[in-house]
Design a protein around this ligand. Structure first.
Ligand code: HGY
Ligand code: MN
Ligand code: MN
Length: 417
């Protein structure tokens, strides 16, 4: 069975390339970190495009930017799509941007075809999905889903001491309390950010859910002293302690496949070649599809940290800043995505998301589904990130049909129940 709309591949690609110019880096990626001036520019461009497609926009108190296309029965809960416009410092053109532009393309295609849906349709650019500047990740969608307090999020500061609240105000992105009702369903399109779809030659990933994760921030405190005069057995070297923890984290990740463990950020003080470091700030994150295994990995990590601190005569301040259980997505949403892929003859496979996404937060409050498309070599969080226009268009077509199945159009494609 056909569907009411066909998305426009070139319009989607051109919008992605125009958006990628905001924060473009010489190596071909983007550095458009959350709530920076560049994020503000991307928000403004997205807003202008949504208005052209007949939408009205609103912003909530954590800066989530919501475009709404009215439905025939506008009092019904909307069908929502979304992703994020913020990037990693050395991010790619497609992580997050694809899901927002794909949602916009669905709105544009409906607008161009003059199709009215029964339900309203919304597209959201969630604030600070990456957590690169302000930890933790998925901040906007977590606040929206009631998983993180608004005041707690607004108070988070970046490494320069700027708070989320100040950064929102600087780019004029702090909105009013959101009176909109929760959506009836949420769908997100995203590049896989891993190698499976490409290896299996599949165009569409029908995402069954997201693996769980937890994030930690720690400060190890030792004693600064002269690198040339301090005997090895009299040192309290915070960097040696951190190195032991980083090594243990890697061993724990490798010992529990398909889980993973990563130390991504380290700040050393005084960071001088001939001074024994007295303070190290270190981040750690642990992920696994099975929450019980991830809990065991966390215990091993904490034991390794305690051992490293004791051996090196250090003090440790360890805080868990994110605890996110594995998130199964909604069977009916998954079925709508699978049916749309099959209807269009796109090779597809079911897949668990290794990366976290705003959809993981939304899945705690509304029926949620995700569509993945391949990215070259599975490379992401890297300026070389790339994807094929045809795959991006296929994922967007699947997104459109899954959403329309829920939004009910004149030519309904009903979800299986
Ligand atoms: O960390 C993540 O998994 C996401 O890409 N921000
Ligand atoms: Mn992302
Ligand atoms: Mn990302």
């Amino acid at each position: 069975m056909g569907t009411a709309i066909r998305i426009d591949e070139d319009r989607l690609w051109n919008s992605l390339m125009e958006l990628a110019r905001i924060g473009a880096t010489p190596a071909g990626g983007v550095n458009r970190q959350a709530l920076t001036e560049l994020d503000g520019q991307a928000r403004a461009l997205f807003s202008a495009w949504c208005r052209e497609a007949g939408c009205v926009l609103r912003t909530d108190p954590i800066g989530n930017l919501i475009a709404r296309r009215p439905g025939r029965n506008d009092s019904q809960p909307a069908i929502m799509m979304g992703s994020h416009l913020d990037s990693q410092p050395t991010g790619g053109k497609f992580d997050g941007a694809y899901g927002v532009m794909a949602g916009l393309e669905v709105l544009r295609a409906l607008h161009a075809a003059g199709i009215e849906t029964e339900r309203p349709i919304e597209v959201v650019a969630w604030t600070n999905e990456e957590g690169a500047r302000f930890a933790p990740s998925m901040m906007g969608s977590q606040v929206y889903a009631g998983l993180m307090g608004l005041d707690e999020a607004l108070a988070v500061r970046d490494t320069e001491g700027v708070s989320v609240a100040e950064a929102l105000a600087r780019i004029g992105a702090q909105g009013m309390a959101d009176s909109g009702s929760r959506p009836a369903a949420y769908f997100e399109a995203h590049i896989e950010q891993g190698p499976l779809l490409e290896a299996e030659r599949k165009t569409i990933g029908v995402v069954s859910g997201g693996q769980g994760q937890c994030w930690f921030q720690m400060t190890l405190t030792g004693r600064a002293s002269h690198a040339g005069t301090t005997p090895m057995d009299m040192r309290s070297d915070a960097l040696v302690g951190a190195a032991a923890i980083i090594g243990a984290l890697d061993r724990i990740g490798r010992a529990h496949p398909p889980g993973c463990a990563t130390a991504g950020r380290i700040l050393v003080s005084p960071n001088s070649p001939n001074v024994i470091p007295d303070s190290v700030y270190l981040t750690a994150e642990i992920r696994h599809p099975d929450d019980a295994v991830r809990a065991a990995m966390e215990l091993e990590f904490r034991a390794a940290a305690d051992e490293a601190v004791k051996l090196n005569h250090l003090d440790l301040n360890l805080a868990k800043v994110l605890e996110q259980p594995a998130a199964p997505f909604d069977p009916a949403c998954i079925a709508a995505i699978r049916q749309a892929a099959e209807r269009n003859g796109y090779p597809s496979m079911e897949i668990i998301s290794g990366a976290a996404h705003d959809a993981v937060a939304l899945s705690r409050i509304v029926p949620t589904g995700m569509v993945f498309v391949p990215c070259a070599g599975g490379v992401s969080h890297n300026e070389l990130e790339s994807a094929e226009s045809g795959d991006l268009a296929a994922g967007c077509q699947v997104l459109a049909e899954a959403v329309l199945a829920y939004a009910r159009v004149s030519d309904p494609v009903t979800p299986s129940r």
